[in-house]
Design a protein around this ligand. Structure first.
Ligand code: SF4
Length: 312
């Protein structure tokens, strides 16, 4: 039994599925950035790990027969996948809520005018990575120039109605610490980001979500290289909040990779831990959603989701 499961058992808790309402689609590891905290080791050198048209069609067919309420498209940088417009157009006819996770610089790279039109036409919810209000901290984590590129992208999104009341175009930010420490309380961050972004750049947004960095992938390598790994894992485990277990995302979400294989979440995908900890399952062999009550595969990185107020 892994350490995380021992902690659950000590609190008389079990991590099993409820009704699966969200399909998270990881279209691949290709990205224009190489962020230090990336749990997927995504980057410009990952062209091969990119969802092709055939798999995109299989994903749409799976969504059609499973009827998910929400579709959550992520990567790498999903904007760099040529099948993204097809996925948005097809899935908007199947599910009521389509989310696109964006690093902002890929979205507003001057080549995506058609994509900007498409996302606003289908009222796609933008979930934008925006780690810090401090330019040097943000660039230190995400790369030179990323902070200013993000500001310009947020201003562009505001100009087409995102984050503005009454437009139905939702713009949410995701903030994460720029080092081996836990995030400040979410409500506090949201208040400060709202004040500073409005005052300094006239930027508006709907919600801010803050989460702890997940100790896998590039962030795990950095923790080990900087001698922070053990202390960080202890920090996460000591912040274990049994109440947070109830709402962790894997209870209502299933992730599909660029090859079409299923996982309990994007973090398990990054570590190649298959759905429920069983043999790898491809969507072509999956009649519908994973069943309520099914076990969820866990590992030490799960402490990220149950630290403090958790990660939902
Ligand atoms: S890391 Fe994944 S499997 Fe573990 S608790 Fe979080 S969402 Fe669930």
């Amino acid at each position: 039994m892994d350490h995380f499961n021992k902690t659950l058992a000590a609190h008389d808790l079990q991590l099993t599925r409820r009704e699966t309402t969200t399909l998270q689609i990881n279209v691949g590891l290709l990205c224009n950035q190489t962020c230090r905290h990336c749990h997927l080791d995504a980057g410009p050198d990952r062209q091969q790990e990119n969802m092709n048209q055939k798999t995109a069609e299989a994903v749409v067919a799976y969504a059609q027969r499973s009827k998910f309420d929400t579709i959550d498209i992520t990567g790498g940088a999903p904007e760099l996948n040529p099948n993204l417009p097809y996925l948005i157009e097809s899935l908007s006819r199947i599910s009521s809520r389509i989310m696109l996770r964006s690093n902002l610089s890929a979205l507003n790279n001057g080549k995506n005018a058609r994509l900007m039109d498409l996302i606003s036409l289908h009222q796609v919810v933008i979930v934008a990575s925006f780690s810090s209000l401090d330019e040097s901290q943000a660039n230190g984590q995400r790369g030179d120039g990323v902070f200013q590129a993000s500001i310009k992208a947020l201003q562009k999104l505001n100009s087409i109605g995102y984050g503005q009341s009454g437009t139905g175009l939702e713009l949410n930010l995701v903030a994460n610490p720029t080092g081996a420490f836990l995030p400040v309380p979410q409500a506090q961050s949201e208040k400060r980001f709202r004040e500073v972004l409005h005052k300094k750049w006239g930027i508006e947004f709907n919600h801010l979500y803050s989460f702890a960095n997940v100790p896998i992938g590039r962030f795990r390598e950095w923790l080990k290289a900087s001698g922070n790994f053990d202390a960080y894992m202890k920090k996460l485990a000591n912040a274990f909040n049994p109440c947070a277990v109830d709402a962790v995302m894997c209870r209502a979400l299933v992730s599909v990779s660029w090859e079409g294989y299923l996982y309990d979440c994007d973090f398990n995908l990054a570590r190649s831990i298959p759905l429920g900890g069983c043999k790898r399952t491809h969507i072509l062999d999956m009649p519908g959603k994973p069943q309520p009550g099914n076990p969820i595969a866990t590992s030490d990185h799960c402490y990220t989701c149950t630290a403090g107020t958790g990660f939902t």
